[in-house]
Design a protein around this ligand. Structure first.
Ligand SMILES: [Zn+2]
Ligand SMILES: [Zn+2]
Length: 278
């Protein structure tokens, strides 16, 4: 399997980082996890010119930074598909409502394009599977020998939230999303080859004299938390993403050193479009 960090950013706009999104290639399928700011530009840079080629869109939670470009995924898939090509969306309970509201928002544009293009006679299709715990039932995945398992994570008061464990050919990738350490996370990550965790530097955030920054401390994994989770789970490679506050390009060494204090395995903090193979 190959993991590509499409966006390593956070809610704060950054010229070097797109919003949270990760591509996993497994069994010939392209699986997209979250779809933050700029996801389709990064997807094109990663070699996928259209989201029409995605096998499924997975959502870890409905925080805006993780789903801000979902409407772009839906619209661009629709207008670049020559035949009806429903998007498969897997996410926590609440995803169907979010999708319905997004399609409602797009109503005017859908009308414009159907009126203008003679061969476009259908509205965008989206097929939602809501998951909280257990294997994701999806014909496309099983047909390709890819198993995806969801487990609940802890990002309260944002709830419900989930992470994903992707297994193919004996390799395991875990995409955790925003969460503090918890039992669900441990189950997802157990023995993983690659564990991708959104992280914050609690030591830096604590110094920001602004309550809104302090508020993010209690519902994200710190670098130390992520390293301890990785060590407990016997992970091969820990990947730090969604880094807050963002280090300057190439400035992630300090983050890696911090993680290494608690975890003996490989630690990576790639820039956008960095890849990791299992
Ligand atoms: Zn979040
Ligand atoms: Zn986030």
């Amino acid at each position: 399997m190959r993991v590509t960090l499409l966006g390593t950013g956070s809610p704060l706009p950054d010229p070097h980082r797109a919003g949270p999104a990760t591509l996993v290639e497994a069994g010939g399928l392209h699986l997209l996890f979250d779809c933050g700011r700029g996801v389709l530009m990064r997807l094109a840079a990663a070699g996928l010119p259209s989201p029409a080629l995605l096998a499924a869109q997975f959502l870890t939670h409905l925080h805006s930074d993780h789903v801000s470009d979902f409407n772009d995924v839906v619209t661009t898939r629709w207008v670049t598909s020559p035949i009806p090509n429903p998007l498969s969306v897997v996410g926590p309970p609440g995803t169907q409502r979010f999708v319905d509201r997004t399609l409602e928002m797009l109503t005017d544009d859908i009308g414009y394009r159907i009126a203008h293009h003679e061969d476009l006679e259908w509205a965008p299709g989206v097929e939602v599977t809501e998951v909280l715990d257990g294997e994701v039932v999806h014909a496309g995945l099983s047909g390709a020998g890819v198993q995806v398992t969801a487990a609940p994570t802890d990002h309260r008061p944002v709830a419900p939230t989930v992470g994903y464990r992707i297994e193919h050919g004996g390799a395991v990738v875990a995409i955790a999303g925003d969460t503090v350490p918890c039992d669900g996370l441990d189950a997802l990550v157990a023995g993983a080859d690659v564990y991708v965790q959104t992280v914050i530097r609690d030591d830096i955030v604590r110094q920001v004299p602004m309550q809104r920054f302090q508020d993010i401390l209690d519902y994200h994994s710190s670098v130390t938390d992520a390293a301890r989770t990785a060590a407990r789970a016997g992970v091969r490679t820990l990947v730090l993403t969604h880094r807050v506050p963002a280090p300057p390009p190439g400035g992630a060494d300090e983050w890696i050193d911090l993680a290494r204090e608690h975890f003996d395995g490989e630690v990576l903090a790639p820039e956008d479009l960095g890849t990791i193979d299992t």
